[in-house]
Design a binder for this molecule. Structure first.
Ligand SMILES: Cc1cc2nc3c(=O)[nH]c(=O)nc-3n(C[C@H](O)[C@H](O)[C@H](O)COP(=O)(O)OP(=O)(O)OC[C@H]3O[C@@H](n4cnc5c(N)ncnc54)[C@H](O)[C@@H]3O)c2cc1C
Length: 435
């Protein structure tokens, strides 16, 4: 446990930032929350011989969002040693389809993207996916503790587990943890306890999520993003059903009924795009509602703690970036914990903040209509001689953003930003804006 001998720096606002580990290694870590971010962090640390107490909480809702994975997540699944198992219960995902309106849309397949290193991904039932990652953590040697963990502030921004959780961690690790990681997702235990500053997104949507049978798809296996008269929706094909989401202004939805079920069923029948494909579809689960999810902390580390996954920040569901950011961040955080220095934690914090900012920027191009306009312009420019010459270059860089590989590449990102600004050939992006 960190105590005397630990010095720590101060941020410009006087808040304590990171601990300087005074040459001490972090040996025991408490991870709060066994979702994808917490479990994968546990695996990385336990494999390197650290003591890991992984706190998990019992029941979750019958269905959970986060079912469509980006191709860039696949190398992380391989490193965790779970790709084969994930493939065995998931639906192969070969590409993405964007519906602009009832007149149509466009699809692309990942294997058509030149230079992309992973050309497929998976649509996963979240209960089995989470259990697979948790089992990998247990195999690596993490000690799972079934307990709804609590925290208390000790001195300054130092934190410790509450008494019951401390006891449980001690009996699992034989010592108190010297580092605490918040991986509790939207519970955001540390951010709430310390009232950390956060950036709140400007959408006021509710996401209504259910599973359905009999939903037709334009391209089998592809994740579908439907632009609706109000908001947008997803169709994610799973092995024996389709996950359907409606992401619509929360206030607007109240016109369609009082309960989430009434709103989901009525809006599906009312919208011009969804009523086409929902004609013979049947909902097989309750409807789960998510609101206020666009939230990212401005800080991710303190003197004896860090945040990872949604507990650090979540941007928006539209490009399925959440699980990728969670797994990328857990790997980056494991590296920082193994080093245990100020610099390493600062590097981790910068990495996640940049990642979230970049995704926020790309998501903005979807909502303001620029991205869909660009896709539409691309369809006819590609038929012209100069368009044909440029096509390979654009195909090499732009779709990589949507496989998750391009967001770390400044050129791909810059090209998307440039084209969304200057490449719309005089078309008004407001026509494809998402209301
Ligand atoms: C509407 C919507 C749609 C989305 N769709 C996608 C998608 O298609 N693809 C994608 O990649 N991402 C998607 N996401 C994002 C994705 O769901 C999250 O980014 C991902 O689940 C984050 O993983 P996590 O491990 O950080 O948090 P979580 O998955 O939320 O896991 C946190 C865990 O902590 C546990 N916990 C909480 N409090 C405690 C406590 N006190 N003690 C012990 N345990 C605790 C919880 O029970 C849970 O198991 C979507 C998000 C939303 C809101």
């Amino acid at each position: 446990m960190l105590s005397s001998g630990t010095s720590f720096g101060e941020a410009s606002n006087g808040a304590v930032r990171f601990s300087v580990m005074s040459g001490r290694r972090i040996e025991n870590v408490a991870i709060l929350g066994g979702g994808p971010a917490g479990s994968s962090l546990a695996t990385h640390l336990a494999r390197r011989g650290l003591g890991v107490a992984l706190f998990t909480r019992g029941k979750r809702p019958p269905i959970i969002v986060g079912e469509s994975l980006l191709p860039a997540i696949v190398p992380h699944l391989r490193k965790l040693g779970v790709e084969k198992e994930v493939a065995s219960f998931s639906r192969f995902k070969g590409g993405a389809t964007f519906i602009f309106d009832q007149k149509g849309g466009m699809s692309f397949q990942f294997h058509d993207v030149p230079s992309v290193s992973t050309t497929y991904s998976y649509n996963v039932p979240r209960d089995r996916f989470d259990e697979t990652l948790l089992e990998a953590a247990r195999r690596a040697g993490a000690q799972q503790i079934h307990h709804s963990v609590g925290l208390e502030a000790s001195e300054g921004e130092f934190l410790r587990l509450d008494e019951e959780s401390r006891e449980a961690a001690r009996s699992a690790l034989g010592a108190d943890p010297d580092w605490i990681v918040d991986a509790t997702g939207r519970s955001r235990l540390i951010a709430n306890l310390l009232d950390l500053p956060a950036i709140v997104g400007d959408r006021r949507d509710a996401a209504l999520h259910a599973h359905m049978e009999g939903v037709p798809m334009e391209t089998e296996g592809n994740v579908h993003t439907d632009r609706l008269e109000h908001g947008w929706g997803w169709r994610i094909p799973l092995p024996d059903c389709v996950s359907v989401g409606l992401v619509v202004g929360d206030e607007f939805l109240h016109k369609f009924g009082n309960s989430s079920e009434e709103q989901f069923d009525a809006y599906l029948r009312a919208d011009a795009v969804t009523r086409e494909w929902a004609r013979d579809a049947r909902r097989t689960t309750p409807v789960i509602r998510y609101t206020n999810y666009q939230l990212r902390s401005e800080r991710g580390c303190g003197p004896n703690w860090s945040l990872v996954g949604d507990a650090f920040g979540f941007v928006d569901p539209v490009f399925s970036s959440g699980m990728l950011i969670g797994l990328q961040s857990s790997e980056a955080l494991a590296a920082a914990i193994l080093k245990g220095t100020d610099r390493a934690f600062q590097k981790y914090e910068r990495f996640v903040l940049r990642n979230l900012r970049v995704w926020q920027q790309v998501v903005g191009y979807y909502y303001n209509g620029r991205l869909l306009t660009l896709f539409r312009v691309g369809e006819y420019v590609r038929q012209t001689p100069p368009g044909r010459m440029m096509d390979f270059h654009f195909r090499r860089h732009m779709p990589r953003i949507f496989t998750g590989e391009g967001t770390t590449n400044p050129y791909s990102l810059g090209l998307v930003a440039f084209m969304c600004r200057y490449g719309l050939a005089g078309n008004d992006p407001r026509e494809l804006e998402v209301h």
